[in-house]
Write a protein that binds this ligand. Sequence first.
Ligand SMILES: Nc1ncnc2c1ncn2[C@@H]1O[C@H](COP(=O)(O)OP(=O)(O)O)[C@@H](O)[C@H]1O
Ligand SMILES: C[C@@](O)(CCOP(=O)(O)O)CC(=O)O
Ligand SMILES: [Mg+2]
Length: 400
Amino acid sequence: MTQTDRRVLISAPGKVILFGEHAVVHKKLAVAASLGLRTYLHLEENETGQCRLHLPDVDIDLTWPLSELSLNVDRKALDTDHPDNIPEEIKQQFESWMGVTTKENQRRAVLSFLYLFFVLKTDKPASFGFTISTRSTLPVGAGLGSSASFASCISTALLVLFNHIPIGFTQSEKKESYLDTINRFAYKAEQVIHGNPSGLDNSVCVFGGALSFRRGERFVPLEGFQSLQLLLTNTKVPRSTNALVAGVGAKKEKYPNVINPILDSIDNISLRCCEAFKSGSKEDLAQELEDLVDMNHCLLHALGVSHSSLEKVRVITEEFGVKTKLTGAGGGGCALSVIRDDVNVETTNLVAKKLAEEGYDCYRTLLGGTGVNAVVLGDDSLDQTWLLNADRETLESHAI
Ligand SMILES: Nc1ncnc2c1ncn2[C@@H]1O[C@H](COP(=O)(O)OP(=O)(O)O)[C@@H](O)[C@H]1O
Ligand SMILES: C[C@@](O)(CCOP(=O)(O)O)CC(=O)O
Ligand SMILES: [Mg+2]
């Protein structure tokens, strides 16, 4: 295979925030782990002179001649603290390339790609072209970090495409430093999608595993972490992380003396969780996590980010003695329930059945899977069409 028809499969996990969502935006501690569900990105280099961006999860299929995708500015002028701070004329140029794309979820996905493209682009021959297709097994916009998972894949694809990092970065001695680079640009894409992300989600999606995180500091792998049995319930109520994060920020501005103690309590919940993993016996750990789940949810409710559908999940699971909190930005989306080891399979199935009767989707998935990965595809039949149609097991067997 020549360099020009290279095809690469990149994947990154989603995440589940155990404790600390929203508070983490305001520099409080959070605890999170990667999920078995992932986003997959198929990158094909070709000689069409065109760039195709195919994002079926948000109904986007755009193609631009690469000769047209050019800006009259230095890359450094784009690599600002926040992508919102780029010059106005460049924003307008991005708008013109977006064409008739008007839905907010589509616009943010395309903008995050265009932004990273221009920050990372290097000189290539005139015939150079590529196609990027993505597909996620995560629900999009439901609190399981689809945005960070997508951002991690796009960041990796463009870093590989423009030769900033080698494809075999996970086997390299410099793996940590390559992952840091991927994480830095994934954060930028998250900024385009979220406005004010803490950096927690992209760190989990890039590095994988279970970790604690405080904004502005390096994450810490969660000592003594044991994978838990969790039930994730997607209420399917749509919501936007961007709007929910902004809402909590506005509340904090208006009622600082009320909101700050809530955020401090959440900080202490995350601290307590770290201590429980470090020192607790399995039995104590389960009891403590249940208490923390309950308290964290109620504090999030006070911040205004719960939803009647999430409260319904709590009522249904409580009937079986199972504790539930919202996870991610809330306002709909997903809830997580801790299933203790002494809860039998029949009970868990019954809880899942009751939740399904409400129209909710339930996921049972493992925590702490591998972070971002890239593999070269040798088989010509594994093209974009394969990516879009393959089942989850097939995708997983090729990607990691
Ligand atoms: N597979 C994907 N393809 C394209 N865009 C995606 C994909 N996954 C996520 N996104 C982008 O991220 C947004 C959802 O992010 P967000 O509201 O933070 O929810 P989540 O909890 O899933 O991260 C989508 O509206 C879209 O802009
Ligand atoms: C609410 C928040 O803590 C998590 C958002 O997660 P998600 O986008 O809902 O998966 C925001 C953040 O940490 O950037
Ligand atoms: Mg998100």
